[in-house]
Write a protein that binds this ligand. Structure first.
Ligand code: TYM
Length: 334
């Protein structure tokens, strides 16, 4: 159904309830590629276990993330939607790429530094080699384009370096991928500490707006959003809170920052925050409704998972046998 198209790949960890950062920076941009590209959108459960997960919650969130993909407009007939651990080549290529990724490179990853500071009692080897597994996700499908938020840029550059290194040693094996970082939503900040990225694992619920939050919760969180002691609704230094809210507003309304600044000129912060909350809650309502409908139909989600895994497996297997040949692994004659 997809042959001869260029490939888009992206993934989301089922490691927490997804935020408007995940939505604006990544998921909502995914469907734009569906016609022109063969798109693989993966629920990366193997990445999620680099941090301790409660098994029942991981399982539930895996279904939820898949349902959210569909609720955000990804048609399973036009996109390969699948779960990472259902396609064993991710782990297989992950190991191979571990052997072509340098200790020094992995040590420089800012996400590793952040996460190991947050999980000081569990700085496991998987957390460290996480970017090599991410490179395997991408390279396995000969991906051209990877839509992600700003925080994944460093991992993506490493994936390119690994691909180039492997190609140099063994001859052309992998397509070298390009990142696609959306302009507006690439870095949505915390509502409580607007110099910090909004993160699904933030312990402070008021800092994070979840895609599935009720309208009441969304309005409350925006009302409490940290701003500054001034009164002008403009972007700028020292105004990180207002800048973030303006950014969120323009993402949901498709207006420019200048238009938004004009619209809110002279208005108080309180009324502005309510306006941002309104557009956010109203834009997410159809996603929430569709999500609830999908979660009530587990059989359908399982069918999507199975179909996605089968399609991904076929293509992953092709790259993996090429890699095995290049490496000098023997073929088993059965
Ligand atoms: P994850 O699960 O942390 O986030 C999923 C996507 O959401 C983006 N994102 C944000 N964008 C804007 N503002 C924010 N505050 C924000 N927070 C998160 C992320 O950039 C990401 O695009 N390592 C990846 C998952 C992954 C992957 C891959 C991605 C594994 N393999 C291969 C692309 C290709 C991650 O942890 O994303």
């Amino acid at each position: 159904m997809f042959n001869d198209k260029k490939v888009v790949f992206s993934g989301v960890q089922p490691s927490g309830n997804l935020t408007i950062g995940n939505y604006l920076g990544a998921i909502r941009n995914f469907s734009a590629f569906s016609e022109e590209y063969h798109c693989y959108y993966c629920v990366v459960d193997m990445h999620a276990i680099t941090v301790r997960q409660v098994p029942a919650e991981l399982r539930r969130r895996t279904y939820e993330t898949l349902a959210l993909y569909i609720a955000c407009g990804l048609d399973p007939q036009k996109n390969t939607l699948f779960v990472q651990s259902h396609v064993p080549q991710h782990a297989e290529l992950g190991w191979v790429l571990d052997c072509y990724t340098m200790f020094g490179e992995l040590s420089r990853m800012t996400q590793f530094k952040d996460k190991s500071a947050k999980n000081a009692d569990n700085i496991n080897a998987g957390l460290f080699t996480y970017p090599a597994l991410m490179a395997s996700d991408i390279l396995l499908y000969q991906t051209e384009l990877v839509p992600v938020g700003q925080d994944q840029k460093q991992h993506l550059e490493l994936a390119r370096d690994i691909a180039n290194r492997f190609n140099q040693i063994y001859g052309e094996t992998f397509v070298v991928p390009e990142g696609y970082i959306a302009k507006g939503g690439a870095k949505i900040m915390s509502l409580q500490e607007p110099t910090k990225k909004m993160s699904k694992s933030d312990a402070n619920e008021n800092a994070v707006v979840r895609i599935l939050d009720s309208k009441d919760d969304i309005m409350r969180k925006f009302k409490r959003a940290v701003t500054d002691s001034g009164n002008e609704i403009i972007c700028g230094e020292g105004k990180e809170g207002i800048t973030n809210l303006l950014n969120i507003y323009t993402c949901f309304t498709n207006k420019t920052v200048e238009e938004a600044q004009r619209e809110f000129a002279g208005m108080g912060y309180g009324a502005f925050k309510l306006a941002v909350g309104e557009v956010c809650a109203d834009s997410l309502r159809p996603v929430r409704d569709e999500f609830a409908r999908l979660m009530a139909d587990k059989a359908y989600l399982e069918q999507v998972m199975a179909q996605g895994a089968e399609d991904a497996y076929k293509n992953a297997r092709r790259t993996m046998s090429k890699v095995r040949r290049k490496l000098g692994f023997t073929e088993l004659k059965r």
